[in-house]
Design a binder for this molecule. Structure first.
Ligand code: MN
Length: 262
């Protein structure tokens, strides 16, 4: 069986006066580590080509980045709103919606969990520090692979099974979070201040996992629980490509007894 092809949504950045389109190498390395073949999907590719892109991949990773334009959930811009990228919003909303229509497995990270919630009809806090008094720090100054706050995970959830734990300390590089949860999503990861850090599809629906932290940044760590998120995506895809159908939350993604990860 060929290795599953994982599309990773990318960004556009201006570096040394030149526009470049790509994605942080950590996403590519994390997918390679799990045994997938990563393909970077540029947001410059317009929604008209969504079907062509999805035909070329087996699974989708929605990566981190800019804020989602609040126009997509019917809110006026808050003064704390960060930069937005209209073409990226359009590209990723189209990719995610069509991926779901096809039943394609999706792993969504940081901006990705927000994009998923908006695409399914939810809303966002646009700026945690100014809109959520009492919130713990979610925009850490520490290195990208340092864990700065815990997340409590729902036992038995896709998320807990993938991480092999019911609690996980995570890194945190976001100033937005889910406000009103979209229909069809389950909250399975929560920070101590109540901010939503993990959501997923119900067991009977196509595989969807979304986290607010950056599991890809631990790709070079020997035994990080975060590897389990990418491994679970690849396990799901191998099961589908082998023709054994969908793998449930209680099935092959299970990684032994729950443990606490610090
Ligand atoms: Mn956080």
């Amino acid at each position: 069986m060929n290795a599953p092809r994982i599309g990773i949504t990318g960004n556009v950045r201006t570096v040394s006066g030149a526009d470049r389109t790509g994605v942080n190498a950590a996403y590519v390395r994390a997918v390679l580590r799990a045994g997938g073949v990563p393909l970077i999907l540029s947001p410059l590719i317009e929604p008209a080509h969504t079907a062509s892109l999805l035909d070329a991949i087996d699974g989708l990773v929605l990566s981190g980045g800019e804020d989602v334009d609040p126009a997509h959930y019917g809110h006026a811009p808050h003064p704390g709103l960060g930069s937005v990228d209209p073409s990226r919003d359009a590209s990723e909303l189209a990719l995610f919606r069509e991926a779901r229509a096809r039943g394609m497995p999706v792993l969504a990270i940081c901006r990705g969990i927000q994009l998923v919630n908006v695409a399914l009809g939810g809303t966002l806090w646009q700026d945690i520090p100014s809109e959520r008094p009492g919130a713990i720090p979610h925009a850490q100054g520490a290195d990208r692979d340092q864990r700065t706050h815990p997340v409590e995970l729902t036992p038995g959830s896709r998320l807990a099974l993938a991480l092999g734990a019911t609690r996980c300390d995570v890194n945190s590089f976001h100033h937005q979070s889910i406000r009103d949860l979209a229909p069809g999503l389950l909250v399975t990861g929560v920070a101590p201040d109540g901010e939503i850090e993990g959501v997923e599809s119900p067991p009977e629906d196509a595989w969807l996992l979304a986290v607010q932290w950056h599991p890809e940044e631990f790709h070079h760590h020997g035994a990080a629980p975060d590897h389990g998120l990418f491994d679970a995506l690849l396990d799901e895809l191998r099961g589908r490509l082998a023709g054994t159908g969908s793998v449930t939350a209680s099935g092959r993604t299970e990684r032994g007894p729950a443990r606490s990860v610090r």
